[in-house]
Design a binder for this molecule. Structure first.
Ligand code: 56B
Length: 365
């Protein structure tokens, strides 16, 4: 077959799908997360995507996001999120997303890890944000990489104080969180002059490039697994770091990326719960029973990987259906994800959680 008879587009697709052939040095950066999610979903036997409910959800979610004029502005409107469009917010977001994992607890609402900040009690993700704000108010430089590697100033006692709880339950995975800070501090010192803005500048305005850089240089961001003998990438905290920057800076300055729509949904434990409530994903009976009994699912278990992969792929299908209904909507996977997380938290407050979220203890989400 002569070269001009080759269907190069199809050949590139096949090469990408099976991860073979010469890497095109000029190809724009790609994280492979969405491609891996499609592979997981196509090969899932215990988690299914329901396109009928996805189309219905696209109507409901699309309408609600339009009604709320849901945009990047929502991010800074949260009382705990930093407002200044400067390097201090970059450092805050990096620290936050370095530690943005595994807040769930088996304790009651009263006994679980919580942080009171400015007379309000916070749990879950917001307990982390509150603890960071409180530490800064108490002159603990918790968002500075130089501090994380300073063994005289940044002792375990100072960190215990920074992340202290209102209750007798310590912050989940506290030791692992300290490890993440120390490791990231050393890598930033060795390779990026202890500057997170230098790290961002290395990605040259590419969101996918910054995600890949984080996964490549920082083991604690390398959120990958093996599914059906194939390496799959979720890169949840690397991706949500880029997304939080983009939202906090409203697509300008340190949040200005030329390929932000390459960022996928963040495979955590909250948004899959919302997708199940919407009927977009469904679980096989043994898996659903395991979740309803609130029993652990080990990291890397096929069930865990199917929940994470199908959720990423489901949000992509939901996005495509919303765009069909609202062709001019400024909507991407990030905003849909942020919206569904916020919706899940609203539902949690009213106590009508249709199904508990899955319980996997790991540093990845
Ligand atoms: N997929 C996804 N996962 C998210 C978030 C957020 C918070 N994002 C803020 C930024 C914009 C939004 O408007 C939010 O204000 C936290 N998480 C994850 O959830 C879990 C914590 O749950 P809970 O224990 O109930 O707080 C944990 O894995 C955490 O990593 C999100 O947006 N998307």
């Amino acid at each position: 077959m002569s070269d001009d008879e080759v269907d190069h587009e199809l050949l590139d697709l096949l090469r990408a799908r099976f991860g073979i052939g010469p890497a095109n040095p000029n190809a724009p950066p790609d994280t492979k997360v969405l491609q891996n999610a499609e592979f997981i979903c196509d090969n899932s036997t215990d988690v299914a995507l329901n396109m009928q409910y996805t189309k219905l959800a696209a109507i409901a979610v699309g309408e609600e996001m339009q009604k709320r004029e849901y945009s990047t502005k929502v991010w800074s409107e949260h009382e705990l999120h930093p407002k200044s469009k400067d390097e201090s917010t970059v450092k805050f977001i990096f620290t936050m997303d370095l530690l943005n994992f595994s807040f769930w607890s088996d304790r009651s609402e009263e006994d679980r890890f919580s942080v009171t900040y400015k007379d309000k009690k916070w749990t879950g993700y917001f307990s982390l944000v509150a603890a960071l704000q409180r530490a800064l108010d108490e002159d603990i430089p918790i968002t500075s990489p130089e501090f994380w590697v300073d063994e005289e100033k940044c002792t375990d006692e100072v960190l215990k104080k920074a992340f202290r709880s209102d209750t007798d339950e310590e912050m989940p995975m506290f030791e692992e969180r300290v490890q993440c800070l120390r490791e990231a501090g050393l890598i930033l010192e060795e390779e990026f002059d202890s500057s997170i803005t230098t790290l961002i500048e290395n990605a040259k305005g590419s969101a996918a490039g910054l995600v890949n850089l984080l996964a490549e240089r920082f083991p604690c961001f390398r959120d990958e697994a093996t599914f059906e003998r194939k390496k799959v990438r979720f890169l949840k905290r690397a991706q949500i770091f880029v997304a939080d920057l983009w939202a906090a800076f409203e697509g300008e300055g340190y949040g200005d990326f030329n390929d932000i729509d390459k960022i996928t949904m963040f495979a955590d434990y909250r948004v899959p719960q919302m997708l199940h409530t919407l009927g977009v994903i469904a679980y096989c009976p043994p898996l659903e029973a395991r979740m309803r009994r609130q029993e652990l699912i080990e990291p890397g278990h096929p069930w865990e990987l199917q929940i994470r992969g199908c959720s990423i792929w489901a949000i992509e299908q939901l996005r495509r259906e919303i765009v069909k209904l609202q062709p001019d909507a400024k909507i991407n996977a990030i905003l849909i994800d942020f919206f569904l997380y916020d919706l899940a938290k609203e539902k949690e407050k009213t106590g009508d959680e249709a199904i508990p979220h899955h319980r996997t203890r790991s540093i990845w989400y």
